[in-house]
Design a protein around this ligand. Structure first.
Ligand SMILES: [Zn+2]
Length: 285
C-alpha cells in the first residue's frame, strides 16, 4: 500500500471522530443548578445534568438544551411530562437515550431493545469491556424506545405489567365452552381480536424462555419475570425475539397471528405465577 493511500485511509478514520467530538461538545449554555458532579459514570460516560426549576416543563428544557422530549422522558423514567417537580435532577443526553444496564442484560440484548447496533453503542460510550449492571449507557438515536411504548400500554408505578397490545377483548379468563371443540373448557388467558401482524409487546421486562411452535398455542413466546411470573403470547404469525434474550417492558417481541388452535386472528395472552395461570385482568393496569 502506498504512503498516500495510507494517509487518505487515516484521514477517513479520523475525520468522523473529529466531527463526532464537535457534535458531542457540551451545550453552549451550561446547565443551570448543576449539582457539580455527574449523576452516573459508566466506564467513559459522563452525562450533563440539570436541576428542574419552578415553571420548567419538559418542552421548555428540550428547547433550551436541544434534547428531544422523548430522550429526556426515557432517560429519566418520567411517566407524566406535565408533572415535573422542581428540584429534581435530570440527565440531559442530547445524542440519544440513557439506559441503565440491568442484571443479566447483554450488549446484544440492549441493542435489540432499542433497534441500534452493538457497535453504535460501543462507539457512543467508548466501551472497552462489557457493561456492568447499574452502568449508564448512551443509546445513540434509538429506533425504538421501550419506555415510551410501556407508557402507551398503560404503565403505572403500582402495576408489574403493561398491556401486550391495545385491542378489543373477546374472551376472558375462566370457565367457558371451547370455541373449537364445543366442550366445557377453562380459558387460561385473555384474547384480543387484532388483525394479523399487530405488534405484540413484552408486558414486563424479563428473559425469553421459549420462542417457537407449541401445540394448540401455535407460534408462542414465553417470557420469565422476577417474582415467579411468566407471560405467554400465543397464535403469533412471527416471532421477533430469541430464547435467552432479555427483553424490556414494552419491547416488541412478536407479531400477532392465527397459528395453532385458533378460530381467527387474535392474541392469546396469559400471566402465570409459579407456572399456574392467573387472571391477567387482576394484574394488568
Ligand atoms: Zn385464548
Amino acid at each position: 500500500m502506498s504512503k498516500e493511500l495510507l494517509l487518505i485511509l487515516l484521514a477517513l478514520v479520523l475525520l468522523p471522530l473529529a466531527v463526532a467530538s464537535v457534535l458531542n461538545a457540551p451545550p453552549m449554555e451550561p446547565p443551570q443548578g448543576d449539582l457539580g458532579g455527574p449523576v452516573g459514570i459508566s466506564p467513559a460516560q459522563v452525562f450533563a445534568t440539570y436541576r428542574v426549576r419552578p415553571g420548567d416543563t419538559l418542552a421548555s428544557i428540550s428547547r433550551r438544551y436541544g434534547v428531544p422530549v422523548e430522550y429526556l422522558q426515557a432517560s429519566n423514567g418520567i411517566a407524566d411530562p406535565k408533572r415535573l417537580r422542581a428540584g429534581t435532577v435530570i440527565l440531559l443526553p442530547r445524542e440519544g437515550v440513557v439506559h441503565v444496564v440491568k442484571e443479566g442484560q447483554t450488549l446484544g440484548d440492549i441493542a435489540e431493545s432499542y433497534g441500534v447496533s452493538e457497535l453504535e453503542i460501543i462507539a457512543a460510550n467508548d466501551l472497552n469491556g462489557l457493561p456492568l449492571p447499574g452502568d449508564k449507557l448512551l443509546i445513540p438515536h434509538p429506533a425504538e424506545i421501550p419506555w415510551l411504548e410501556a407508557l402507551e400500554l398503560g404503565w403505572r408505578p403500582d402495576s408489574l405489567f403493561v398491556w401486550p397490545l391495545k385491542g378489543r377483548l373477546t374472551s376472558l379468563f375462566g370457565p367457558r365452552v371451547h370455541p373449537i371443540f364445543g366442550t366445557p373448557d377453562f380459558h387460561t388467558g385473555i384474547d384480543f381480536a387484532v388483525p394479523e401482524g399487530t405488534p405484540v409487546h413484552a408486558a414486563a421486562a424479563g428473559r425469553v424462555s421459549f420462542a417457537g411452535e407449541r401445540g394448540g398455542y401455535g407460534l408462542l413466546v414465553v417470557v420469565e419475570h422476577p417474582g415467579g411470573f411468566s407471560t405467554y403470547y400465543a397464535h403469533l404469525s412471527r416471532i421477533l425475539a430469541e430464547e435467552g434474550q432479555f427483553v424490556e417492558q414494552g419491547q416488541v417481541i412478536a407479531l400477532s397471528g392465527n397459528t395453532g388452535l385458533s378460530t381467527g386472528p387474535h392474541l392469546h395472552f396469559e400471566i402465570r405465577r409459579h407456572g399456574k395461570p392467573v387472571d391477567p385482568l387482576s394484574w394488568l393496569p
